[in-house]
Design a protein around this ligand. Structure first.
Ligand SMILES: NC(=O)c1ccc[n+]([C@@H]2O[C@H](COP(=O)([O-])OP(=O)(O)OC[C@H]3O[C@@H](n4cnc5c(N)ncnc54)[C@H](OP(=O)(O)O)[C@@H]3O)[C@@H](O)[C@H]2O)c1
Length: 176
């Protein structure tokens, strides 16, 4: 077993996981990713729309560090933004700017104009949803984790090679 930065042991055959990951949004998807990524040994900083103290239970459960949203991306190797589409414009300008150079920014949004988000004109007029998110936060983004129900993400992970394993799409412009 190889120790990771968090001190967790990694089972044989698994890669030691020690990235610093900033997660903005601690709900169904952000909370699930906090649980899964911390369990793998990554250093997770997680934020919601309120003070870090409001995430004390999630922090105690996972070992993740609760932070203000403005601090979640600082020095991160990966940033994940997982909040409702309608709330994205509330994020501070440059909210992901303090991540490490080249750190990918992931967003998990699905746009629900009737049920939750209201009409967002730019998207209705043809701007791709994730491009719109990227414009709001000032960084290109990859869309990941939007195609799976949070409970399945929490409970249905299986090792590579397992028959019936769920694959998740990743969309975005990679380097080169
Ligand atoms: N639920 C699913 O199964 C699922 C699956 C795939 C994709 N998605 C998509 O993923 C996104 C997140 O969904 P969810 O179900 O995880 O939402 P959720 O359970 O409602 O949680 C939303 C989280 O975003 C936080 N938040 C809202 N505004 C914020 C802001 N301005 N700054 C920082 N944090 C903020 C909330 O913090 P507070 O608690 O402080 O309000 C909360 O922690 C949505 O676009 C959703 O459509 C969801």
């Amino acid at each position: 077993m190889a120790p990771t930065r968090s001190g967790n042991a990694v089972p044989r055959g698994r890669v030691a996981a020690d990235m610093r990951i900033g997660i903005i949004g601690a709900g169904h998807i952000g909370g699930t990713l906090t649980r899964k990524l911390a369990e793998l040994g990554h250093e997770v900083r997680v934020a919601n729309s309120r003070a870090p103290e409001t995430l004390a239970d999630l922090a105690a459960e996972t070992g993740a560090t609760p932070v203000w949203a403005a601090d979640a991306a600082t020095d991160a190797d990966v940033v994940i933004v997982s909040i409702p589409q309608k709330n994205v414009p509330d994020l501070a300008p440059g909210i992901v700017a303090k991540a490490k150079d080249g750190a990918p920014v992931i967003e998990t949004n699905n746009y629900y104009p009737q049920q939750r988000d209201g009409r967002i004109d730019a998207i209705e007029n043809g701007t791709v949803e994730s491009v719109w998110v990227g414009e709001q936060i000032g960084s290109p983004v990859f869309k990941v984790f939007n195609g799976i129900f949070w409970k399945h993400l929490l409970e249905r992970g299986v090792p590579a090679g397992t028959p019936g394993r769920i694959a998740l799409p990743v969309a975005g412009d990679g380097p080169g």
